[in-house]
Design a protein around this ligand. Structure first.
Ligand code: ATP
Length: 252
């Protein structure tokens, strides 16, 4: 493994009672890149994310973060090593404001699931960092809104903000644009670009125009295997990929 590899899967296998959902996956995510994982429904994208983030143990194979194995560690220990996953691990408290959600997350960044006992008034020393993260995720003008009142897209922004409290070097985003209209999608594209500054981002994404806008490289999964991996422009011309997945778009 080279120094420039942030996250690596080696011969990763996951069996569910005899069904092989991840089949000998080798994957190299380079430090600083935005890498999209795509593939048809049931191809094994979520299972792969679960394996990379410690939510599932592999049947065999290894996962390494900056050269060190993490596949035997629980999710919170993986977070401490610098890998966070948004949308799955971060829980927004609807009855707190946007800023209070950030304060609570900053107080206990790796406490999963989160519990908080500290009065919010004692967390004010974390305010400047909370405000910085809110600005980074585009919620700088909404600190006092209740999380319950946020739109779908704004909630995603907050969830990414909560992930950023963990200071991840590698951020996994699970379908960040799902359920959004074009305005929300454009906001998420800008947001992912913003949070990718100085860190590595891996996303599962179904929307191919989002993938083409954001991804430096992509990996295509099919039947739990890597069908192709490389730069978007190269991979999209691969006949096997067109057949398996992109063809659906090309013929649309
Ligand atoms: N806990 C489980 N037990 C049994 N089978 C599972 C389990 N989790 C996933 N699978 C199976 O593994 C395969 C891959 O599922 P996975 O959710 O990883 O695919 P995906 O690419 O994320 O799909 P989608 O795009 O629809 O979200 C599917 O056939 C699914 O039914």
């Amino acid at each position: 493994m080279t120094a420039a590899t942030a996250l690596e899967a080696r011969h990763l296998v996951k069996d569910f009672r005899g069904f092989r959902a991840t089949n000998d996956v080798n994957l190299q995510i380079r430090e600083g890149e935005i890498h999209a994982i795509i593939g048809p429904n049931g191809a094994g994208k979520t299972t792969l994310f679960n394996l990379l983030s410690g939510f599932l143990r592999p049947t065999s194979g290894e996962v390494a973060l900056f050269g060190e194995r993490i596949d035997t560690l629980p999710p919170h220990a993986i977070v401490r090593r610098g890998l966070s996953r948004s949308f799955q691990i971060s829980s927004v408290f609807p009855s707190l404001t946007v800023r209070e959600n950030l304060l609570v997350a900053l107080e206990s960044p790796t406490n999963l699931p989160k519990q908080f006992w500290t009065p919010l008034s004692r967390l004010e020393h974390l305010g400047p960092r909370a405000d910085q993260i809110l600005a980074d995720v585009g919620l700088g003008d909404a600190p006092d809104r209740l999380a319950a009142d946020l739109s779908h897209g704004e909630k995603r922004q907050l969830e990414i903000g909560i992930s950023l409290t963990q200071e991840p070097r590698v951020l996994l985003l699970d379908e960040p644009t799902s359920g959004m209209g074009s305005e929300g999608i454009n906001r998420v594209i800008a947001l992912v670009r913003q949070v990718a500054r100085g860190r590595t981002v891996v996303l599962v994404e179904h929307n191919m125009s989002v993938v083409s806008e954001l991804a430096d490289r992509i990996t295509v999964l099919q039947y739990g295997q890597v069908l192709a991996s490389g730069r978007y422009d190269e991979v999209r011309r691969d006949p096997r990929v067109i057949e398996a997945y992109l063809g659906e778009e090309a013929h649309a």
